[in-house]
Design a protein around this ligand. Structure first.
Ligand SMILES: [Zn+2]
Length: 345
C-alpha cells in the first residue's frame, strides 16, 4: 500500500510499504480521507527525533486523520460501514493502571501514530480500535474531523485549567496549538483570552475570532498589557503554548494571585522558572500531555457551531503532493496554521 514514509531524518518518500490490515474483533477499518500535517510530524522529518523518540527505521507519518469506515470487527457495536469518523491516534494498554484511572494519555505503554516505532496514517487504509474511533455528525466535514486531534489538546488544556466561567485567560504562543487552546478556553468559559506572539500574521489569524485579543510582544511588553487589562491583578489562567524557555522569564507576573499556569509547549531543553514567584502567588501549575476523553467533546463543540476551525486550514494538498506539503510546513510560513493532505478526491 502507498504511504508517506519518513525514511530517515530529512528524507521522505511516497512509496509502497507493508502495513497490517487485519481487522480484529474490536477494530474498524477506515478509508482515510484527510490528514493534517502536525508540528511533530514535521519535527521528525527535519530533526529525526523528538526527545527520546528517535526515528531508527522507516516510519509512515501522520496522526490527525478522518475517514470512512469500510469494515467492522465482530464485537463492534458503536460504528458501522459507511460512518464518517475521526480517530484518536494514541491507543493505551486497556488493562493498564493509567487506563483504569482514566489517564490513558500517560500510560507508559501507549502506542501513538507516527511516534517511533509506530506507523502513522498517511496511507489510504488503516485499522484502529473502535473504542478510539469517533463518529462525525453530518455537519462536520472530513477537514474539520482531521482538526479534532489538535483541538483535543486545547480542550485538555482548558480541562486541566479548571476554568471558572468569566475567567480571563492568556495564551503564550500563537501557533496552531496556541490558537486551539485559546478557542478551547473560550468554549470552556473564559470571558476573553489574550494571545501573545512575535509574529503579526499569526496574531492576525487568531484575532479574527471574537473574544481572542492578540498581543504583539515586539510592540508591547506582555506583563504591561496584562496588568493594564486586569487592573494589575493578572490573568486567572495562563497557558504556556510556545515551548520557548524564554517564556518562563517573569511568567508568574502574568498570573493572578491564586491563579493557574498550564504548561503545554514542550521546551527542547530543561527550563528554569522562578519557584519563589510561583509560591508567593500560590499559583497552581498543571501540565498537558496530548489528551484523554476529549475527542468526543471536541466533535460536539465543532458540531454545535460554537467552535469554527475552518479558518485555520491554510491549504489542502493531494496525497501525491504529500512531500511538497511537508516541505511547505517545514518552512513554517507565518500565514500557515494548518496544512492538510486529502487522500480521496
Ligand atoms: Zn498533532
Amino acid at each position: 500500500m502507498q504511504a508517506l514514509v519518513l525514511e530517515k531524518k530529512g528524507e521522505l518518500s511516497l512509496r509502497d510499504i507493508d502495513l497490517p490490515l487485519e481487522v480484529g474483533p474490536d477494530d474498524v477499518k477506515i478509508a482515510i480521507d484527510t490528514v493534517g500535517v502536525c508540528g511533530s510530524d514535521v519535527h521528525y522529518y527535519t530533526h529525526g527525533a523528538i526527545g527520546s523518540f528517535v526515528v531508527r527505521e522507516p516510519m509512515v507519518l501522520g496522526h490527525e486523520a478522518a475517514g470512512t469506515i469500510t469494515a467492522v470487527g465482530v464485537h463492534v457495536k458503536n460504528l458501522k460501514v459507511g460512518d464518517r469518523v475521526c480517530m484518536e491516534p494514541g491507543v493505551p494498554n486497556m488493562n493498564s493502571r493509567a487506563t483504569k484511572l482514566g489517564i490513558y494519555n500517560v500510560d507508559p505503554d501507549v502506542r501513538f501514530w507516527a511516534t517511533p516505532p509506530i506507523h502513522g496514517v498517511l496511507t489510504p487504509e488503516v485499522v484502529h480500535p473502535a473504542a478510539f474511533t469517533y463518529k462525525l455528525p453530518d455537519n462536520v466535514s472530513f477537514a474539520e474531523g482531521a482538526m479534532v486531534e489538535p483541538f483535543a489538546v486545547g480542550l485538555q488544556a482548558a480541562t486541566r485549567a479548571r476554568i471558572t466561567p468569566g475567567d480571563v485567560g492568556l495564551v503564550i504562543g500563537c501557533g496552531p496549538i496556541g490558537i486551539m487552546t485559546a478557542l478551547a478556553a473560550l468554549a470552556g468559559g473564559c470571558a476573553r483570552v489574550y494571545i501573545s506572539d512575535l509574529s503579526a500574521p499569526k496574531l492576525a489569524i487568531a484575532g479574527q475570532y471574537a473574544g481572542i485579543h492578540p498581543v504583539n510582544i515586539t510592540e508591547r511588553k506582555l506583563a504591561d498589557v496584562i496588568a493594564a487589562e486586569t487592573e494589575g491583578w493578572g490573568a486567572d489562567v495562563v497557558f504556556e503554548a510556545s515551548g520557548s524557555p524564554r517564556a518562563y522569564d517573569g511568567i508568574f507576573d502574568l498570573v493572578r494571585p491564586g491563579g493557574t499556569l498550564v504548561l503545554i509547549g514542550m521546551p527542547v531543553e530543561p527550563t528554569k522558572f522562578d519557584v519563589a514567584a510561583a509560591i508567593i502567588k500560590e499559583a497552581r501549575i498543571e501540565t498537558v500531555f496530548r489528551y484523554a476523553n476529549n475527542f468526543d467533546r471536541a466533535v460536539n463543540l465543532i458540531a454545535s457551531g460554537k467552535v469554527d476551525l475552518k479558518p485555520l486550514i491554510s491549504e489542502t494538498f493531494d496525497f501525491a503532493q504529500s512531500i511538497e506539503a511537508f516541505d511547505r510546513a517545514a518552512k513554517g510560513l507565518p500565514d500557515d496554521v494548518k496544512l492538510q493532505i486529502k487522500l480521496r478526491g
